[in-house]
Design a binder for this molecule. Structure first.
Ligand code: PMP
Length: 398
């Protein structure tokens, strides 16, 4: 009798499982559009110049690797506050933001979820329908009941705003609402500034708790433009949470660089909140790793590197947009009757392509083109070498 007799086999992660299948596929023309990773036009994961330069500086300093403070590198946390809220913003100047370095955006979400659950164990959490699948798991395993608010309108290819607002305006006070700050994953549809006003008003009038997930800042319109949701919530005077990820924007996936920021009413309150976030971190992994946070802090706090980063981020954003326009044109050129122009209007790394599960399975099994069964494809994995093939294959299944 083993201790583990009753342990059931957990289901495989659907997206990582797909990558395994892709790797094993002998088809020389295979294309992986399943993952949420930005590849350059050669199909390579980029190592940004700004990262290389920051690392050169760091290596030259030969710094010892002591433990970091529980909340991470002070210069990193300060840079996050400036990036998320604005360097001259009132809350940053007033010291009413509590920020901690976290293990990627996932880590920021998890620290926030654990803290919120201690604060109000009975609260519900609402995530968008559909959402990044891990939102559900993170908040569920922090102890919350997780439900959804309507988001995607498949028929009209856009956002079901009425459904979303109805769900928010009937939610119980204290409900935590997880919102994609920009580049909604998986749909590619973001709220307009006017729609954000409506969401902020609903959150405010129902006394809900907003948790903005900012995993793709700079991938939709630009760094400042993509911060619109944060600015709208800031203007409302509400307390709210923001998780940050540099996995995509600095192409530092494996370094696990992210943060959690909590906007509070006063510096005194931010001090108390920070003390509790530090307990969550201390009891989970004690303190964050040095390398990635130091790279990000060096880039964000060195004007030339910051400028270089903005150029490189803009290049990634522009390339994705070009791929969006190109796939629409190439589908048309391949004789596809259906209107796919919506792909060019979506933003961020993903597109909800509108392809059915059967079509996605055919793309995979017959052509080696790997996307998610929901129809989600990663536009950031298209390039000038694979896009014609992908368009041809889609043309064959629609
Ligand atoms: N939120 C969303 C919406 C994401 O798509 C991702 C990454 N796929 C994350 C959070 C997590 O980011 P990280 O890899 O930095 O943990």
């Amino acid at each position: 009798m083993s201790l583990f007799n009753a342990v059931e086999m957990a289901p495989r992660d659907p997206i990582l499982g797909l990558t395994e299948q892709y790797v094993a596929d002998p088809n020389p023309r295979k294309v992986n559009l399943g993952v949420g990773v930005y590849y350059d036009d050669n199909g390579k994961l980029p190592l940004l110049q700004c990262v290389q330069k920051a690392e050169e500086k760091m290596m030259a300093a030969h710094a010892a690797r002591g433990y970091l403070p529980i909340d991470g590198i002070a210069a990193y946390d300060a840079a996050i506050k400036n990036l998320v809220f604005g360097a001259d913003s009132e809350p940053v100047k007033a010291g009413r933001v509590a920020t901690v370095q976290a293990l990627g955006g996932t880590g920021g979400l998890k620290i926030g979820a654990d803290f919120l659950h201690k604060l109000d164990p009975a609260a519900k959490v609402l995530i968008s329908d559909p959402s990044w699948e891990n939102h559900r798991g993170i908040f569920r395993d922090a102890g919350f009941t997780v439900e959804t608010y309507p988001y995607y309108d498949a028929e009209r290819k856009g956002i079901n705003m009425d459904g979303m607002l109805t769900a928010l305006s009937t939610a119980e006070a204290g409900t935590v609402v997880v919102l994609h700050a920009c580049c909604h994953n998986p749909t590619g549809y973001d709220l307009t500034p006017a729609q954000w006003d409506q969401v902020v008003a609903a959150v405010q009038s129902r006394k809900l708790v907003a948790f903005l997930d900012m995993a793709y800042q700079g991938f939709a319109q630009g760094i400042a433009e993509d911060g619109i949701a944060v600015q709208k919530f800031l203007a409302s005077g509400l307390d709210f949470f923001v998780s940050t990820s540099f996995s995509k924007s600095l192409s530092l996936y494996g370094e696990r660089v992210g943060a959690l920021s909590v906007l509070c009413q006063s510096a005194e309150e931010a001090g108390r909140v920070l003390s509790q976030l530090k307990i969550v971190i201390r009891t989970n992994y004690s303190n964050p790793p040095t390398h990635g946070g130091q790279v990000a802090a060096t880039i964000l706090n060195t004007p030339e590197l910051r400028a270089l980063w903005e150029q490189e981020l803009a290049a990634m954003r522009v390339r994705i947009k070009q791929m969006r326009t190109a796939i629409v044109e190439k589908l048309k050129a391949a004789g596809v009757q259906r209107d796919f122009s919506f792909i060019a209007h979506q933003v961020g790394m993903f597109s909800y392509s509108g392809l059915t599960k059967d079509q996605m399975v055919r793309l995979r099994n017959e052509f080696g083109v790997y996307g998610i069964d929901s129809g989600r494809i990663c536009v950031a994995a298209l390039n000038s070498k694979n896009i014609d093939y992908v368009a041809e294959c889609i043309a064959k299944v629609v």
